[in-house]
Design a protein around this ligand. Structure first.
Ligand code: SF4
Length: 315
């Protein structure tokens, strides 16, 4: 497809890639220097005024259930070139049972068959599933959606996550309630116990936040303005629950959440986030007032038991 003007670019290796594209087309390229947390976070409507013809989004896969009728987008996945074999072999002894669910992020998705074969060679039974319509690839997870794992969690003894950092494996362990081993190809580190300690710490924080929210009278229902983080129907349900308990509540819509913005809204005792589920969980300590998820609100108002706690996801 030929585009006369290629004006928007989300890019990592700035100079060489910008120059490459500039040389290939007869048009202008604009680098968007704002934060971009995922494919949920593409400000299509702001781009319309700039008369953008095409968006190139690098490093995230498409979220299929986000409707985009404005500007065409090319998603360029930034695959990791690192060899995953060493860390996968190392992870074998940490795994529980023989039926192993494999999940990973967009960066390692092309290695998923390689991971499967290594497990099979070690007499394990790997299982890979495709998530729901928020997920592009087999075995892929994103921070707000673990449906690739949920679909198979009753069939597996444990999960193997391949990727770096705690962000994805902690969501996996909280959502699946199964043993999780995280194999990091970059550091060659394998984590299991560390994840369980972190999970317990987060659950204690969540319990504390729920307890604090029980005494709140004024609630702010947070609505994300980023297109892929909007759950307005859920916000309405949260409002109905608060109304039924005669609690004051207000909708608050924000694009980028930060402690400074929320602290300036003084009359609120507790926030309920219907936006990215990770705001309440991962950024909790940055906020002076409790931020809880809609599921946690149900627990606070005895509509759900703590034993039935679930990690909030955009499904
Ligand atoms: S909603 Fe949050 S977790 Fe989900 S893709 Fe966006 S930034 Fe990531």
């Amino acid at each position: 497809m030929q585009y006369k003007y290629l004006k928007v670019l989300k890019i990592i290796h700035l100079k060489s890639q910008l120059n490459y594209i500039k040389n290939k087309i007869n048009g202008n390229v604009i680098l968007i220097a704002d934060t971009c947390f995922g494919s949920c976070d593409i400000p299509y409507y702001e781009f319309i005024d700039l008369k953008i013809d095409l968006i190139i989004h690098i490093g995230h896969t498409r979220i299929p259930n986000i409707q985009n009728k404005s500007i065409p987008i090319i998603y360029l996945n930034a695959y990791s070139m690192i060899d995953i074999r060493r860390v996968i072999k190392k992870s074998i002894t940490y795994l529980t049972g023989e039926k192993i669910g494999i999940v990973t992020t967009a960066q390692h998705i092309k290695d998923i068959d390689k991971i499967k074969k290594i497990l099979e060679k070690n007499n394990l039974k790997p299982i890979i599933s495709k998530g729901n319509n928020r997920i592009s690839e087999h075995g892929q997870i994103i921070g707000c959606n673990y449906s690739s794992a949920s679909k198979i969690k009753d069939k597996v003894d444990s999960f193997l996550f391949v990727g770096s950092g705690n962000f994805h494996p902690i969501g996996l362990i909280l959502s699946s309630k199964k043993p999780v081993v995280a194999a990091d190809p970059y550091s060659n580190e394998v984590k299991k116990e560390e994840l369980e300690i972190l999970r317990d710490k987060i659950l204690k924080q969540r319990y504390g936040a729920i307890t604090l929210s029980k005494n709140a009278n004024n609630f702010g229902i947070l609505i994300g303005l980023k297109k892929g983080q909007q759950r307005f129907d859920l916000a309405i349900k949260v409002k109905e629950l608060l109304d039924s308990f005669n609690k004051n509540n207000f909708f608050i819509a924000i694009n980028n959440f930060s402690p400074i913005y929320l602290e300036s809204i003084r009359d609120i005792d507790c926030f309920i986030s219907t936006s990215c589920p990770r705001i309440a969980i991962d950024d909790y300590l940055q906020y002076k007032k409790p931020i809880i998820t809609p599921i946690e609100l149900e627990i606070a108002f005895n509509e759900r038991k703590w034993d039935d706690y679930e990690f909030d996801q955009i499904l």
